[in-house]
Design a protein around this ligand. Structure first.
Ligand code: M6R
Length: 617
């Protein structure tokens, strides 16, 4: 789970690499490094810490040059220090390589290379790969590209790599398997990166490298660009050039202090974008092309299995409730990491839905592969266009939430819930088990969402005020029932990941089976009580907390009096359909976590030990 960026062309490479690294820093931020060719050699500079630390370190170095590679790391093998940071050199500094992924058989390869006289300086799997390429090249006297082919054929695991060599200082070699890699084709220049964010500013023409493909990107001495793509079996491929739809302003903070706050505030727009063109209030219809095109698969589905991780898994739980309620198809929701390893029963008439913002989560991608191998129809709900999961699934629906940079997922969650409710509605329509007036109610409620999110966001000031009181709390409990239960989990995850306060989410009724023992005057309890269903029950749960001096923060519907009267702090959200309520109720939960973390002085966009896309298991 790292970010890689590379450039070859006519421009000075350093600012391009640095800007790219800043954009990719969400993928890992414990160390960073660059390699630039100048003065007839490969010059590597690397540093423990953030990209800004690297920038400071190289400020007095000669970083001129027109070809280079750069890396921001989230450590897997070896602690995050300068030595383990990428790029890594081959034995005699002839090659430099950056890598995202894990080489699983690196120990075996390393032992063999040591026997052959190679010396290693780092604890990384990456250094093994660059040494292996170099060793093959020297021993077999083959070209660099042939050596890359041979080395990658021996590797077990996942990689996206960029390689440069002292002998060919106008050529970059990039390759991928299991980790993403996009190539940008500019005017007489090439860029390559883990995602399109470092590229979009220079060109909109991109090629997504496929599994086990290797690209040689070179600029001739006369400045002519050439790209050659082959796969590991040495079959040539004609590159498929696509147009990026990404907008540069989506990658900037736009006046907000953090990406997370910007992304929370973007939700009226992102929900509008994810529903747009898919519901029609005049005609009272819903149209999800992935469902229309695969109607038969969905109609004969014996069950739906939803897989995902973290926030995406929470959205999956909302999806379970909505699909079962509207489409009456049994749904199971599984952590992708459990699903992939527990030898699950999967039948050809199962539909597996994989949910992932990044589209790169290793466990979710592995779950997709298993489901496909066993004959299920696999549907993806992803945000990042062209991502590995989006491409590995049989069909799917994009979330259209735009780039999410803050590590804490916010606008992706609401977009995921929106798409899942749409899917439930589309399935109910195809099964002809929803009547026109129910359909109308839900579609109308969907149309009203952006305005109601705006209204919920107006509570920001009040939430910031009472958040101060909880800055020093050590534990939080989040409770909800029905559609609010996944929200309780999501609210707790948001708080713990960015503020480092221990928080747990529970179905409210489960409290008396254990967690109630924790409640005392020191325990803030966030209760999501915004739905009509089981209102009396949630009221009793609140009484139980109050009776033990717990402090209540409640999320209630407009016009509520009873829960409010029992609460220490309340946030009102507009009324909506129960299955859409998570979209409104998660706004105050996101803001609460955000303000507590800011008050505590935490780095909300880049919390410790985390990275935005988890491309390792
Ligand atoms: O990109 P994905 O949706 O597959 O990511 C899954 C989780 O890693 C992610 O939701 C994570 O839990 C977030 N940091 C939560 O805010």
């Amino acid at each position: 789970m790292c970010g890689i960026v590379a450039y070859v062309g006519k421009k000075q490479v350093y600012p391009i690499l640095m800007k790219g690294l800043h954009r990719l820093e969400y993928r890992g931020y414990d160390s960073a490094g660059i390699c630039i060719y100048n003065r007839n050699r490969l010059n590597i500079y690397k540093r423990r810490g953030k990209v800004a630390d690297l920038e400071e370190f190289v400020s007095d170095k000669d970083v001129s040059g027109t070809i280079g590679i750069a890396h921001t790391r989230w450590a897997t093998h070896g602690e995050p220090n300068q030595c383990n940071a990428h790029p890594h050199f081959s034995q005699f500094a002839d090659l430099a390589l950056i890598h995202n992924g894990i080489i699983e058989n690196y120990q075996t390869l390393k032992k063999e290379l040591i026997k052959q006289g190679r010396t290693f300086y780092s604890e990384t799997d990456t250094e093994v790969l660059v040494q292996l390429i170099d060793y093959i090249r020297m021993k077999s006297e083959v070209s660099l590209i042939d050596a890359v082919h041979q080395a990658l054929s021996q590797v077990v695991g996942a990689y996206a790599v960029a390689i440069m060599s002292k002998e060919s200082p106008r050529t970059l070699i990039v390759a991928r398997k299991g980790s993403p890699l996009v190539i940008g084709i500019g005017k007489d220049e090439f860029l390559a990166a883990s995602d399109a964010t470092p590229i979009v500013e220079y060109t909109k023409d991109v090629v997504y490298l496929d599994e086990e493909e290797i690209a040689v990107l070179s600029i001739s001495p006369k400045g002519k660009p050439k790209m050659e793509i082959t796969n590991l079996k040495n079959v040539k491929k004609v590159p498929l050039i696509r147009k990026l739809e990404m907008n540069l302003s989506a990658l900037e903070k736009g006046g907000y202090p953090h990406f997370m706050l910007k992304e929370i505030y973007e939700q009226p727009k992102t929900i509008r974008d994810s529903l747009s063109g898919r519901i029609n209030i005049e005609r009272n219809t819903v149209a999800l092309s992935g469902v229309i095109d695969n109607k038969e698969k969905f109609l004969k589905a014996r069950r739906i299995i939803i897989v995902g991780c973290g926030t995406s898994w929470h959205a999956g739980l909302v999806g379970e409730y909505a699909i079962e309620e509207l489409a009456r198809i049994p749904v199971e929701v599984e952590y992708a990491s459990e699903f992939r390893y527990r030898d699950p029963l999967i039948y050809p008439d199962d539909v597996v839905i994989a949910i992932s913002q990044s589209g790169e989560t290793a466990d979710t991608l592995a779950a997709v592969k298993i489901a496909k191998q066993r004959g299920a129809f696999v549907y993806g709900i992803c945000n990042v266009v062209g991502s590995s999961i989006a491409r590995a699934t049989d069909s799917g629906s994009y979330m259209h939430a735009g780039p999410e940079i803050g590590v804490a997922s916010t606008k992706a969650f609401t977009a995921q819930v929106g798409v899942l409710v749409l899917l439930a509605l589309a399935l109910a329509k195809e099964k002809k088990i929803i009547n026109g007036s129910r359909m109308e109610q839900i579609i109308k409620a969907m149309y009203e969402l952006p305005g109601k999110i705006e209204q919920s966001l107006k509570q920001n000031g009040a939430i910031a005020d009472f958040a101060k009181i909880f800055t020093y709390s050590r534990n939080f409990l989040y409770l909800g029932r029905g559609y609010s239960y996944p929200l309780a989990l999501e609210g707790a995850l948001k708080l713990k990941e960015i503020s480092y306060i221990h928080a747990e989410g529970y179905p409210a009724a489960e409290m008396k089976h254990g967690p109630i023992a924790l409640i005392d005057a020191e325990m803030p309890v966030v209760v999501i009580a915004a739905q009509k269903e089981n209102y009396e029950k949630i009221l009793s749960n609140i009484q139980e907390v109050k009776a033990r001096q717990g402090r209540i923060i409640s999320i209630v519907s407009e016009g509520d009096t009873e829960v409010k009267a029992l609460s220490d702090f309340s946030v009102e959200i507009p009324q909506t359909e129960a299955m859409l309520m998570p979209i409104l109720a998660c706004i105050p939960l996101q803001l609460l976590a955000y303000h507590i973390a800011v008050q505590k002085g935490c780095n909300v966009d880049q919390p410790r030990n985390l990275a935005k896309s988890v491309t390792v298991e």
